[in-house]
Design a protein around this ligand. Structure first.
Ligand code: ADP
Ligand code: MG
Length: 216
């Protein structure tokens, strides 16, 4: 048994809750190396996702992620809006119309999301962006898949790796996005997009039944 549309809706619902709860923290991170709007952008974007979910309840996980992609693309703005929009859209396309997402489909969707972010933003690992959370997450998901793990284990591993990946951005000098304007002065601060990505992947694992906080 894989994960169904209830999981996807719960993922988005928990994401909205986490973006609201961590709004000030993401604003503070973006204040240090950006323009202070990341927390506000993400909170607004996921509020819009919740409104759309209430208006048009999706029937498949892919439809839920497509709906989220559209809302994020139109409401988040900044650099993160198009990047997350692309990520969720690519993940939705990877899932297709299936009602049930197994470990392999999930790992494939995470890879598609990461590849979408890279295609859109052209950032490489170590550039101090959200890619530094997504790439280790994809690698960890693939490892668990190969080892025979189920969908929940894939998500738990991805969430854990994304959190570690976000922390690894602390000492890095930004080479992409607004933070790169600061050059060396961007070192010593966590990348806000990597931090929000880790929260979103944690929400995915929690929605699948992985105990909250267990991935920390
Ligand atoms: P803006 O920088 O336009 O204010 P946000 O504050 O919403 O947009 O988002 C900033 C985040 O976007 C960064 O912390 C980083 O993770 C991500 N980001 C910016 N540019 C890129 C890029 N080229 N590739 C991947 N991620 C990027
Ligand atoms: Mg910003």
């Amino acid at each position: 048994m894989g994960l169904g549309v209830e999981w996807a809706v719960q993922w988005l619902t928990l994401s909205a809750r986490l973006m609201s709860e961590h709004r000030e923290e993401l604003i503070a991170l973006d204040r240090a190396i950006g323009d202070s709007d990341h927390g506000e952008n993400m909170d607004r974007g996921f509020q819009a996702v919740m409104e759309k979910l209430a208006q048009t309840p999706p029937e498949t996980p892919g439809a839920a992620l497509k709906l989220a992609a559209m809302a994020l693309m139109s409401k988040v703005g900044g650099a993160a809006g198009p990047l997350y929009g692309t990520a969720y859209l690519r993940a939705a396309t990877a899932l297709g119309e299936s009602a049930d997402v197994d470990a392999a489909a999930l790992a494939g969707a995470l890879t598609a999301a990461r590849d979408g972010i890279v295609a859109r933003g052209k950032a490489e690992l170590g550039d101090k962006t959200m890619v530094d959370a997504w790439s280790p997450a994809v690698e960890a998901a693939d490892e668990v898949l190969v080892a025979g793990g189920d969908a929940v284990a894939v998500l738990a591993a991805a969430a854990e790796a994304a959190e570690v990946g976000a922390v690894t951005t602390d000492p890095l000098v930004a080479r992409k996005g607004r933070a790169s304007y600061l050059g060396e002065r961007s070192a010593g601060h966590r990348d806000p997009g990597a931090a929000s990505s880790a929260l979103l992947l944690r929400a995915a694992a929690t929605a699948a039944g992985f105990p909250e906080g267990a991935a920390e």
